[in-house]
Design a protein around this ligand. Structure first.
Ligand code: FES
Length: 150
């Protein structure tokens, strides 16, 4: 192979690697709302999400949404009981749910309904509507990996 041919093939390889990583990043739906599920039914059966506890959810009160699942660290230690996991989309009308550590509740960004980390309703939506309890999931810890399978 001539030097020029080698350099051209090297350039093409780098371009393919860059394109692939960009497309996989853009295609991630980890924190996307679920517009096709406006009723907020939660992720579909079989959905899985995993978190590397070496560098994520390190402190009590930290939260993270992956694949429609809201993870909250509720205690120290890397035990399953140190975490809560709920659906990340509101059952009322599909608003995104956020963990509000300062107030110790989950709150909807759309109509401000509030829930405990165990999924119980603390406040109904502020539009006069009615929500329902959140689906909660049982996390498992294997080594330093926190996982949920719906
Ligand atoms: S969508 Fe969450 S309270 Fe309405």
């Amino acid at each position: 192979m001539e030097r020029n041919d080698f350099i051209k093939s090297l350039g093409l390889g780098i371009a393919l690697v860059c394109t692939g990583s960009c497309l996989s990043s853009c295609g991630s739906k980890g924190s996307d709302p679920q517009p096709d599920n406006p009723g907020g039914g939660g992720p579909s059966t079989g959905t899985t999400a995993s978190i590397n506890l070496n560098n994520q959810l390190l402190t009590v009160g930290a939260s993270l949404t992956i694949n429609g699942i809201l993870f909250i660290r509720t205690a120290t230690g890397n035990n399953a009981t140190s975490f809560a996991a709920t659906q990340a989309v509101c059952p009322h009308q599909g608003g995104a749910l956020n963990w509000i550590q300062a107030n110790n509740y989950i709150q909807c960004t759309l109509h401000a309904s509030k829930y405990t980390p165990a999924g119980a309703i603390l406040a109904q939506p502020n539009d006069g509507g009615t929500t329902s309890a959140l689906k909660v999931y049982t996390p498992t810890v294997t080594g330093n990996t926190l996982s949920v399978t719906v």
